[in-house]
Design a protein around this ligand. Structure first.
Ligand code: HEM
Length: 404
């Protein structure tokens, strides 16, 4: 067992938001799994984490005992207040959660994904036609982010290229929240970007009224007319969809390509049997989950793993650690296409399971097969390699240079 953390007292010195953990998370996994659930004082607040796969499932499957509603004024939450304290489905409980989720669910059904698959294949072909064999490319900007933006922003949500900078800018300002201390006012750059985003959304809704579109914005407009959504909820939902999927989809696609470039045998197997691309992607989701933790709040005293999580405690639900739990994934640090158990938790679980999981699972394997076939000599550029980016609840490849 490693000895990164001190668990001698009632409270350990684990801080899931610390840079030490974010920069080198895997060094902590043994300790976290061994001692889960564990307890810590964060900003003076007694808090818990769960890391074992079965314990993470127990928390996420029980919204009555573990709420997603963030308590107001809880120190530390200002750093993850990505939606400007507005009501969003991610941070809501039944019955409000069901009411919000129902509005846009029809856009993301597997049937819709099936219908969109021709369009996805066309986008992938077009992007890869711009990348020849033998080139050196930065994959996130040249391929994976481009695909996520085109598919989600342009195709599913109808945001024209000229307006997309509004949402990129908003995402950029989220890192300013990371520096906030309890009681600090929200950074001006964040509030300005939020205002710009909401102004765009207002105009988009006006257009949806005229066009009677059935894309996500059209559905939100209809819900607004039926008084299903309040004004605040409309803006927050649009921004959730507009920003929630782009970097997550891009980074999981980047990770799937990374493992193929790092291990040419994987690419070879996928070329022979393209059905393996889906497994390559599930394993990439498991191995490098873009969302590393989700938060819940204990609504009553609950026993988990023989320990008591007290009513009111924030519970850090460590998805990325659970994905490496050896009780479920033997040799968890090995990237393998031969796992029997694919129950990775990267898209969450239970009522909040990711609304974008079908679109991600439909698109990324198509990209993987196409890249495997087009670039048989794919490798990581040893001079530039890869850069990881972290935020309080995510960790992903921000840039990766490959030789095609
Ligand atoms: C690899 C890509 C993605 C990953 C890893 C991911 C991860 C997650 C996770 C872990 C949750 C659960 C949050 C919780 O339980 O508190 C979630 C929920 C959600 N995701 Fe994703 N996501 C991805 C792609 C997308 C895409 C493409 C979209 C939108 C188009 C999206 C929109 C959402 C929304 C709206 C929710 C909230 C669902 C609810 O609360 O009912 N995600 N996602």
């Amino acid at each position: 067992m490693s000895t990164v953390l001190n668990f001698n007292d009632e409270y350990s010195d684990f801080d899931p938001f610390s840079m030490a953990f974010r920069n080198n998370p895997h060094a902590y996994y043994d300790d976290l799994l061994q001692n889960s659930p564990g307890f810590m004082l964060l900003e003076g607040i007694p808090s818990a984490y769960v890391a074992r796969h079965d314990q993470v499932l127990a928390v996420l499957r029980d919204p009555a005992k573990f709420s997603s509603l963030k308590p107001k004024n809880l120190p530390g939450m200002e750093r993850v207040d990505f939606f400007n304290s507005k009501p969003v489905m991610n941070y809501s409980d039944p019955p409000e959660h069901g009411r919000l989720r129902k509005v846009t669910q029809p856009v993301f059904t597997p049937r819709r994904m099936q219908e969109a698959s021709t369009e996805m294949a066309r986008m992938i072909t077009e992007i890869l036609d711009g990348v020849g064999q033998g080139e050196t490319i930065e994959v996130v900007s040249a391929i994976t982010k481009k695909l996520a933006v085109e598919l989600l922003l342009t195709h599913f949500l109808g945001v024209e290229e000229k307006d997309q900078h509004i949402f990129f800018n908003y995402v950029k300002t989220l890192s300013s929240l990371d520096k906030m201390r309890p009681g600090d006012p929200k950074p001006k750059e964040f509030l300005d970007a939020w205002d710009e985003g909401t102004a765009y959304c207002r105009e988009a809704l006006k257009r949806a009224a005229q066009e009677q579109s059935d894309n996500a914005i059209g559905l939100i407009y209809q819900a607004m007319q039926g008084d299903v959504l309040s004004d605040d909820e409309v803006m927050a939902m649009m921004i959730t969809l507009l920003i929630g999927g782009v970097s997550t989809m891009a980074s999981s696609a980047t990770s799937a390509l990374y493992h193929m470039a790092a291990n040419p045998e994987l690419a070879q197997r996928i070329r022979k049997d393209p059905a393996l691309a889906k497994i390559q992607c599930e394993e990439a989701f498991r191995y490098d989950p873009p969302v590393t933790l989700v938060m819940r709040f204990a609504m009553e005293d609950v026993e988990i793993g023989g320990k008591l999580i007290r009513k009111g405690m924030p519970v850090y639900t460590m998805i990325a650690v659970a994905n490496r739990d050896p009780a479920v994934f033997p040799e968890p640090d090995r990237f393998s296409l031969d796992r029997e158990n694919m129950r990775q938790l990267s898209f969450g679980f239970g009522i909040h399971n990711c609304i974008g999981n079908a679109i991600t699972r439909a698109t990324v394997p198509l990209l993987v097969v196409e890249v495997a076939n087009r670039y048989p000599n794919l490798s990581i550029d040893p001079t530039r390699g890869i850069d990881w980016e972290t935020s309080p609840r995510s960790r992903h490849i921000g840039a990766m240079t490959l030789r095609t």
